[in-house]
Write a protein that binds this ligand. Structure first.
Ligand code: ATP
Ligand code: MG
Length: 399
């Protein structure tokens, strides 16, 4: 193996070099385009200023915040505004891989190093050489992977899985993100303190949407223009959107607006088009029985999405104790499907469940007649990506 990697005339080595050459070949001026960050609140404006400032330096940045607040957007923004903008931005979701696969994704592997390693593979850290790597959901890394990453951060050296060749050096800027409290994880011994200090040279905390309500109008307007610029929204509906808690943050807001824009009969979204959980005034108890039940499921849904409740520990237990009805569970699942564009695996992630719980969840729902047909949610486009064509600016429609 060693001879193969070291011998520049070996076909493997030549293929690797070619792959790397292609990866790093960029047309001049092909710099990343910064995503549009929409919002008018002082919190968001301050955050973008900090992002601009840290972008210019090489510091490692930790981005934290609830699911759907825009951590991904901020990471891409930092890269696009950094001196590395004309190099690669390589994103890796640490929660999407088992430990072995994550090691190989990060560091690469040599052919035959484990079952399924049919050819040499270049890891993301090497792909991102001279550019930026974005380690999303970094809290999900196992303790062993944390140690390997720490070693890389200390010496910049990559050792592909199964290779005994001298390590390869890579110069990458590391951005990380998580929706978990890493300090609390350090206290519990689940996350290495030395790694936390390494990745958190700068820290950007993205506040939940409910704490920057001033952004809601701008986000609604931006989303409406993007999905159908002939549809407007009534002032009363906007006021209700502003008082809703948005547990799924900007992602939830985008989904709600896209759904309403595609469903509304006229050319203006009114109160009657709003989902019941948003249309019902907060804190009011004068609901008919059906509405009351709906609120129970809404509260549970919100707690699941924000991490305040866990599915198996709380929801399952409440259901077995008959504190939740089948209709409640169906409604929770329905909202999850609406949020993820009819994707049950996405619901699992949204509710903070392990991906291997898929079968367990489906069996539980089937056994209790709570399966909701995902197809009705598939028609609505679910978009969580960053638009490449977006202009490099911070949008402030009121400015
Ligand atoms: N300020 C913003 N302006 C415009 N779009 C935004 C903004 N914040 C978030 N978005 C959009 O909201 C969606 C969710 O954002 P993003 O994926 O960055 O969230 P996240 O914090 O990374 O979520 P998760 O923790 O689930 O990964 C995306 O479609 C993103 O483009
Ligand atoms: Mg993200």
């Amino acid at each position: 193996m060693r001879a193969e990697l070291q011998d520049p005339s070996s076909p493997t080595w030549a293929a690797q070099r070619e792959e790397l050459r292609l990866l790093h070949t960029k047309a001049p001026g092909q710099a990343a385009v910064a995503p549009t960050i929409v919002g008018t609140s002082s919190a968001l404006k301050g955050l973008v200023e900090v992002a601009e400032r840290v972008a210019r330096r090489n510091a490692k940045v930790l981005i934290t915040g609830e699911s759907g607040v825009g951590k991904d957007v901020i990471a891409r923004f930092i890269h696009a505004r950094s001196p590395r903008a004309d190099q690669r931005f390589v994103a890796l979701n640490c929660a999407a891989f088992s430990e072995t696969l994550l090691e190989s994704e990060l560091f690469g592997h040599v052919k035959g190093s484990f079952t399924g390693a049919y050819r040499d593979k270049i890891g993301k850290l090497q792909q991102a050489h001279r550019g930026t790597i974005f380690l999303d959901e970094i809290a999900e890394m196992s303790v062993r992977m944390q140690a390997l990453l720490l070693r890389f951060l200390e010496n910049g050296e990559i050792q592909p899985v199964g290779s005994d060749a001298p390590p390869i050096r890579s110069d990458v800027r590391v951005l990380s993100a998580t929706n978990r409290d890493l300090t609390e994880m350090v206290a519990k011994g689940e996350f290495r303190e030395d790694l936390l200090y390494r990745i958190k040279v700068a820290h950007i905390q993205v506040p939940p949407l409910r704490d920057r309500k001033d952004d809601i109008r701008a986000l609604v307007e931006h989303t409406l223009v993007r999905c159908d610029d002939r549809v407007a929204i009534a002032e009363e509906a906007l006021v209700l959107l502003e008082s809703y808690r948005w547990p799924g943050n900007v992602r939830e807001l985008q989904n709600v607006i896209e759904q309403m824009a595609s469903m509304t009969a006229g050319d203006e979204i009114g109160i009657e088009d709003l989902p019941p959980s948003i249309a019902a005034p907060q804190g009011s108890h004068a609901y008919p029985r059906r509405e009351r039940r709906r609120r129970v499921s809404d509260e549970i849904y919100e707690a699941l999405v924000s991490g305040g409740k866990r599915f198996w520990e709380d929801v399952h237990t409440m259901f077995t104790n008959r504190d939740l009805t089948r209709a409640d569970v169906r409604q929770i699942v329905r909202r999850g499907l609406a949020m993820t564009g009819g994707n049950y695996r996405g619901v699992l992630q949204l509710f903070g469940m392990e991906s291997q719980d898929y079968k367990k969840l489906m069996n539980f729902l089937a056994a209790h007649d709570c399966v909701v047909d995902y197809r009705e949610f598939r028609e609505v486009k679910h978009d969580t990506g960053v638009r490449a064509a977006d202009a490099p600016r911070v949008t402030d429609p009121s400015a």
